[in-house]
Write a protein that binds this ligand. Structure first.
Ligand code: KG4
Ligand code: ZN
Length: 357
């Protein structure tokens, strides 16, 4: 088992490295502790209003060695202390992923270290465990980011059943597109959340797509409704905050309604929020309110919800501890399938789960 894992994340526009070390309890029983986390957010995309893949790859290439060095320095360790490297192998922008994967392979090969490729969304599942070592499955995870909206049944670490996903836009993507409609910058989520605090929730009531049935999501129609409202407004400066509030209320209402439905259907007592949209305090607050008495809502702090290498190191730690290793054929895959994803023959709403032993 590894005692010091270096994590590397370059799937989108954050260049990040982290060092995770065996907990003071030692051995397999001790939860790993985060010794350092460095996240460099690429500014270059701001002017384009979205991530430009080629520029992301180049920026990762320029920054990654320094980001890794900084993470090691902040952990007070030299490269010699690292015995395994965990790297995001997908999904994400393939050119950006390749930079991290190649660098990780070189570090592993050059130092005879273990290598483990990590699925980016599995990283998001593990993020809250960094701060709350008592977190244990079973739980339902709502993973909401710029590229994904996933409801997962997690009966035990490393096993997943897909309960629902988006049929069109991801939740974060909807935030980003609506932010553009409102003339706010990229990324849009934080700007919308800030503005929504000043908005009147009764001014604009937007539809709640697919709210009343099932566990699937759809956000593109909602985005179109906001577009119509923006066009119909004769004073966008006056309406902007109200529009942001109306939109945010609609998205969060749908997300939390589905989360609650999934948690009740599974009969679990824990719900996990993860991914960049889980940085939204409004989301965490609404989920905690609506699930009170039903389930504990666990959400990591914002720097661990947005893309970061600590979550990659943590998911890698789990897989390394089980004896898993990647070999030198490890490659970046834009469409990497989630490991441990099981087919779902019955919806948890219609079948009873036996509690995992
Ligand atoms: O997980 P993440 O950092 O990157 C991806 O893997 O996509 O998620 C980024 C997404 C962006 O769409 C951003 O607008 C959204 O997370 N986001 C938020 C908030 N902070 C970030 N959305 C809503 N409210 C927020 N406070
Ligand atoms: Zn992410």
């Amino acid at each position: 088992m590894a005692d010091v894992v270096l994590g590397i994340e370059t799937s989108c526009d954050e260049t990040s490295a982290a060092v995770l070390v065996a907990g003071s309890a030692g051995g397999n029983g001790g939860a790993p502790e985060l010794a350092s986390l460095v996240i460099l957010s690429q500014d270059v995309h701001k002017v384009f209003g979205g991530v430009v893949p080629e520029l992301a790859s180049r920026a990762h290439l320029a920054a990654l060695p320094a980001v890794v060095d900084r993470a090691l320095a902040e952990a007070g360790l030299g490269l010699g202390a690292v015995d395994a490297v965990a790297v995001t192998a997908g999904p994400g922008l393939v050119g950006a992923l390749i930079v991290g994967v190649v660098y990780a392979k070189a570090l592993a090969y050059g130092g005879d270290r273990a290598l483990i490729g990590v699925h980016h969304m599995e990283g998001h599942v593990f993020a809250p465990a960094l701060e709350d070592p008592s977190l244990t499955p079973p739980f339902v995870a709502l993973l909401v980011s710029g590229g994904h909206t996933l409801l997962l049944d997690v009966p035990e670490w490393g096993r997943y059943r897909l309960l629902g996903q988006t049929r069109d836009d991801a939740a974060g993507e909807a935030f980003d597109k609506v932010a553009t409609l409102l003339g706010l910058g990229y990324p849009g989520g934080p700007a919308i959340e800030r503005l929504a605090r000043e908005g009147d929730p009764t001014r604009f009531r937007f539809p709640r797509p697919m709210k009343d049935e099932g566990l699937e999501f759809s956000f593109s129609g909602l985005k179109t409704s906001v577009l119509h409202a923006v066009r119909a407004s004769n004073d966008l400066d006056r309406d902007r905050a109200h529009l942001a509030r109306g939109f945010q209320d609609a998205v969060l209402d749908v997300l939390v309604t589905k989360l609650e439905r999934a948690v009740r259907g599974a009969g679990y007592r824990t719900a996990v929020l993860g991914g960049g949209v889980a940085c939204s305090r409004a989301l965490a607050q609404l989920a905690t309110e609506r699930l009170s008495g039903t389930a504990r809502v666990v959400v990591a702090s914002p720097r661990l919800n947005a893309d970061n290498a600590a979550m990659i190191a943590r998911a890698g730690w789990f897989r390394l501890a089980r004896g898993e290793r990647s070999d030198w054929t490890l490659d970046a895959r834009a469409d990497l399938p989630l490991p441990g994803l099981e087919p779902t023959p019955h919806s948890p709403l219609t079948s009873h789960h036996s509690p995992p032993s």
